[in-house]
Structures are given as structure tokens and as C-alpha cells.
Design a protein around this ligand. Structure first.
Ligand code: GLV
Ligand code: MN
Ligand code: MN
Length: 421
């Protein structure tokens, strides 16, 4: 990876067809479309299966070969001159949040397909094959544990460990996975794990920086670490009108005290800690019954692993003490350490952006992405493009067509440099 952009990479980037990419984005957004303009396409659902069928059809129509692995990651390949060489992988996910948008994930997959198409249009043969992947269940919107597909591919998780996960709709992941795989019986099976040369993911920023600074793209430096836990507080139910206040074991009040203590623990004058309780349920959830059980989620993030580890170790004693006289149990559901992307991949993305005339900066990712797991297998990097008002995980999520095109151009040129000619 050198100081300038090769002529082939520049030509490939310039062959990206922004209108074709935009049509693909709008087409994919039809699967699971919500009436408010957003998308609800849960992993391994009927909408996901239909979206996959469309994507497979498009890829095959354009002459690329498609395969699938045991966790239903979908792989689209453009052959390399050396088919035995480890591939360069481009990709993201096509599942969405329950009230998600058209671009989170979809952009990275469809820009990957556009990159393969642009390589054909520019008549460029790469030495390494270039694969596009749509990872299974990045969002965790249906099955709680996110990045399911990439974590299995990376070897961080065993496929079988996910089978019993129960979705928000009560369906077991193993059953939904079988339905999805059964829908494409003719697709060749790819191994669960294989070596790769590099991985690059294009994504909307999901934050306000690029838009505020009027930039087209960011070369992402790394992804902060994340811990997810489910907390359950247990007390005693009783009649709201007759049970004396003294001696009550109200689970909702216990959970409320625990959350107040967590807010104090997570207070950060530098505003770098991210702490969210995004889900809260009380049982039996009746106005005149003392709650017997309360359950809430913790999403805790920071770029520094030591801080994440230290503070995570304090959660259990703190929650137990605050919830008393109720009892509390904690179940970790997601554990991702921070990752820094290799300098040469970050620099290569900057070189491509500059050569193609797209103003860029470096930026760290506050959101997690499948690139975090891919980085365990091979050098990985990410490209961000602006999204309106930094809004994401929302039906009004939006990126301008020119920014989608800019990201795809940089992705395509970077892929050529990594795959070699
Ligand atoms: C990914 O969707 C995240 O929550 O960071
Ligand atoms: Mn995403
Ligand atoms: Mn997301």
C-alpha cells in the first residue's frame, strides 16, 4: 500500500454508478418497509429471507457467484486472477433495528455489490478474489446477541451456542436459521471460517461529525468497546392499597435505585462514557400490584478496555446493594473489546478519498460493527459517510445519494489496492 492511488484503483472508483447504487438501496428498502418510510427487517425473518432472495438474484444476474455458510452469512464473489489467494472482503449487514432506516448496514452490502459491478465495468482483473458479505444478525434487534454471523466466522463464538437464543417473537434462533437456509437449498455452502487478506466495511456515520464539517467520508480509526448485560431485580408482589410501605420489596423501586446508582458510577465530565438503559419491563405491570420483578438492559461503552473492565467489575456489587432488600441477577449478553484498525488500512482509505476528490478526516466509531469481529481474522478498516443530523436507528435515517456514491467510490478503490492487480 503506497503513498498514491494506482491508476487501476482510481479507474475502478470512477466506474461506480451512483444511480445504480441508489436504485439498489431503494429496492432493498422495500423488504420490510414501514409505512413511516423506515425499515423493519429482523434477522432471519420473512422480510430478511425475501431481501436475501432479491440480493442473490441481483448478484447472479451480474455474473457473480453466491454461497452461504452455516450461520447464513451470504457471500458474493468476484473471481480473482489467483482464485487460491485469500480474498479481500467488503460487507456489512441487511438486518435492521425494529424501527430502523434504509442505510444502516444496507449501504455497506450494496456498495460492495456496486464495487464488484464497477470492477467489471472498468474491465479490471484483481489478483485476489473480492467477496461481498451480508452478515447475519448484526443488530440484535430480534435475537439479543448482536454480530452473530461475524462472531461465528471470526471464531469468537461457536455457532451451536446461538441455537437456543430466543427472539423477541419467541422463535428460537436455530429454527429461524433453518428456515432461512432451507429457502436457498441450491446455494453452495461456504466453510464457517476461512482466512482472509483484508476486510473493509462502508457504513453511515450514525453521528453528526461529517455533516457538521461538510466532509464526504471518514477513515475510521477504531471501534470502542461494548458491554451488554440484562439485569433482573426480584422482590415480592402484593396489594398496592393494603401493603404497608415499611418492609415492602418493590422490584421496580429496587431497579430504579440500581439505575440511579449506575448513573452516578457512569458520570463522566469528559463525556466519553456511553451508558444506556434502553429496555425496562416490570411484572406483572399493573397499577395496583407491587411489582414482583423488574428487568432492564445495560449498554455500556468506552474506547478504553481498562476502564470498561474496571467499571464492569463494579456493576454487580453496586446493583445488588442498591436493589436491596430485593435481590438482583446480572446476565452478560455482549462483550466486545475496543479495536484499533491497522494504520496502513486507515491510511489507504485516506489516500483513496483524496485521490478521488472526497474531503475526508479520521474518526473513531461509537457504534459497533461486524468489522470488530472481522479484525480478529485479518487487517480490517471502515469508511463512514455522513447521515442527516447524525440520525440512525430511526425511520428517518438518511444519507444523500452523493455521499452514498462517495463512500462506494472510496470502498471500490480501496478494494482494488488491497486485492492487487
Ligand atoms: C450497533 O448497531 C450498535 O448498537 O452500535
Ligand atoms: Mn450497522
Ligand atoms: Mn445498527
Amino acid at each position: 500500500m503506497g503513498a498514491g492511488l494506482s491508476e487501476a484503483a482510481k479507474r475502478a472508483g470512477e466506474a461506480v454508478d451512483g444511480e445504480r447504487l441508489w436504485r439498489d438501496l431503494m429496492q432493498l428498502a422495500q423488504f420490510g418497509a414501514r409505512t413511516d418510510g423506515g425499515v423493519e427487517r429482523h434477522a432471519l425473518s420473512g422480510a430478511d429471507i425475501a431481501a436475501r432472495a432479491w440480493l442473490i438474484g441481483e448478484a447472479e444476474r451480474r455474473g457473480f457467484s453466491v454461497s452461504v455458510d452455516d450461520i447464513a452469512n451470504l457471500w458474493i464473489r468476484r473471481k480473482g486472477a489467483d482464485e487460491g489467494a485469500e480474498p479481500v472482503i467488503l460487507g456489512s449487514h441487511i438486518d435492521s433495528q425494529p424501527a430502523g432506516g434504509k442505510f444502516d448496514g444496507a449501504l455497506g452490502v450494496l456498495a460492495g455489490l456496486e464495487a464488484l459491478t464497477a470492477l467489471d465495468a472498468a474491465g479490471i482483473a484483481t489478483r485476489r478474489p473480492v467477496d461481498v458479505v451480508a452478515w447475519t444478525n448484526e443488530e440484535g434487534g430480534r435475537f439479543d446477541r448482536s454480530c452473530t454471523g461475524s462472531s461465528v466466522w471470526s471464531g469468537a463464538m461457536a455457532l451451536e451456542d446461538y441455537f437456543g437464543d430466543i427472539g423477541a417473537d419467541g422463535v428460537r434462533l436455530g429454527e429461524a436459521l433453518k428456515l432461512t437456509l432451507d429457502a436457498t437449498p441450491d446455494l453452495p455452502r461456504r466453510p464457517r471460517r476461512f482466512p482472509a487478506h483484508a476486510y473493509v466495511e462502508l457504513h453511515i456515520e450514525q453521528g453528526p461529525v461529517l455533516e457538521a464539517e461538510g466532509l464526504d467520508v471518514a477513515a475510521v480509526t477504531g471501534i470502542q468497546g461494548v458491554r451488554w448485560l440484562n439485569v433482573e431485580v426480584t422482590g415480592s408482589a402484593g396489594h398496592a392499597g393494603t401493603t404497608p410501605m415499611a418492609g415492602r420489596r418493590d422490584a421496580l423501586q429496587g431497579a430504579h435505585r440500581a439505575i440511579a446508582a449506575l448513573n452516578a458510577l457512569m458520570a463522566d465530565p469528559d463525556d466519553r462514557v456511553r451508558f444506556t438503559v434502553g429496555r425496562f419491563n416490570a411484572f406483572p405491570n399493573s397499577p395496583n400490584t407491587i411489582p414482583e420483578r423488574a428487568a432492564f438492559s445495560i449498554d455500556f461503552r468506552h474506547p478504553d478496555k481498562t476502564l470498561l473492565d474496571d467499571r464492569s467489575a463494579r456493576l454487580r456489587p453496586l446493583i445488588e446493594a442498591a436493589a436491596a432488600p430485593c435481590t438482583a441477577s446480572l446476565t452478560p449478553t455482549l462483550f466486545m473489546d475496543p479495536v484499533m484498525f491497522p494504520e496502513d488500512v486507515v491510511a489507504q482509505i485516506e489516500v483513496a478519498a483524496r485521490a478521488l476528490g472526497h474531503p475526508a478526516r479520521r474518526l473513531a466509531s461509537g457504534a459497533f460493527h461486524d468489522a470488530l469481529y472481522a479484525a480478529r481474522v485479518c487487517p480490517a478498516g471502515m469508511i463512514f459517510v455522513p447521515c442527516r443530523a447524525g440520525l440512525s436507528h430511526h425511520p428517518e435515517e438518511w444519507t444523500e445519494p452523493r455521499h452514498a456514491r462517495a463512500g462506494a467510490r472510496v470502498l471500490t478503490a480501496t478494494a482494488v489496492e488491497l486485492a492487487g492487480t
